[in-house]
Design a protein around this ligand. Sequence first.
Ligand code: ATP
Length: 405
Amino acid sequence: MRPLWWKIVDTSGAAISLTVMIELKDVTRRFGTTVALDRISLTIEEGSFTSLLGPSGCGKSTTLRIIAGLDQPSEGDVVFAGRSVTGMTAAERNIAMVFQSYALYPHMSVRQNITLPLAMREMSRWERTVLLDRLLPSARRKSAELADKVHAVAAMLHIEALLDRKPNALSGGQKQRAAVARALVRDPVAFLLDEPLSNLDAALRVQMRSELTDLHRRTGRTFIYVTHDQAEAMSMSDRIAVIMQGRIVQVGRPPEIYEQPATREVAAFIGDHPINFLEVSATAGPLPPPFDAFALDVAEAGRRIVVGLRPEGLRPAADGPLIGRIERLEYLGSQAVATVALGGGYSVRAVLPTESGVAAVGEAVRLGFDAGRVRLFDAGSGERLAAGLVPLASGAVRPARRTTR
Ligand code: ATP
């Protein structure tokens, strides 16, 4: 069977799209009794940078392997550009994948590693034979074309000077670039990356993030990026699909995921500092301490709710509603993370600026926050509630609505 990219042409034979929309429709993958993916549906827009984000074992790699054609769903369909590709091999789908381990051949030079997938696709067995390569005009022509493509992609990734080295003579970042070059040289319709930065040190990881997003911009290809690192997903992606226990729990742009997390688990997973959760019983009037300066704007009386306060959303304020004492302090330079005991068994972590001096353990503090950025969750289901906090001092509580979402 010819690869799918071959067929994405208009009637004159000219290629009309080298990138495709990818859809997963009710995809389930079982391994024996383990349900790795449970009816996953996802649309990945062509040319987008989409991250699959979630904790270890949630099903990210399985999703990527199913998109690539390296694994098949137990049920459901994989669709490229409106056509089912379920059952097609990885080669037929023309998808490129970069693995965490890079998977470079150690006995081959970087040039050979990059050339191999192209030669396998574009040259016959005879043309690939070293001796005939010199004699056959078609092989000579194709070899020259391949060399040009390899150089172009090596230049794009700044590894031209490394083409004759073997992988064991490369640094982690250079290996990573060589692996990306090898994937890119085939001109794939989509580019799948499975935790490609996790073997690099922190500084190089940050540098490679911007190199990959730059590459995405320059190639215009669909990138699907698997990571458990929320900072990577937040900083690189157009859209994030958060996967937990084999299910997609939320899909959205990074600010949506941060500001409007669908569940308590998503809220806990996103953000540089772990979000504070404080559980209280909802009441018709003022909430119980430490939120007694607030009421809910939606009728939730009697419900156990979890108040989500981001540490970076708390700030020292002379009239702040949260009054407590600093129990622990982690100094980070421009900021310090304080653990503040509020009484009643509650405590919160707050990111405090250090420019006007560092607070000390044992010091009393008052903390304020923007009530509009507080997120409330149902204590039982973990789902985010439509309810919000209304400061009592700032005016009347809006009439109670009956919605809960
Ligand atoms: P990580 O971030 O740790 O790589 P992940 O989110 O990529 O994890 P997957 O590798 O997709 O998770 O695995 C999802 C679930 O499926 C896990 O429970 C895993 O143990 C299981 N699983 C994956 N592959 C197989 C397999 N070949 N045989 C049996 N179980 C498997």
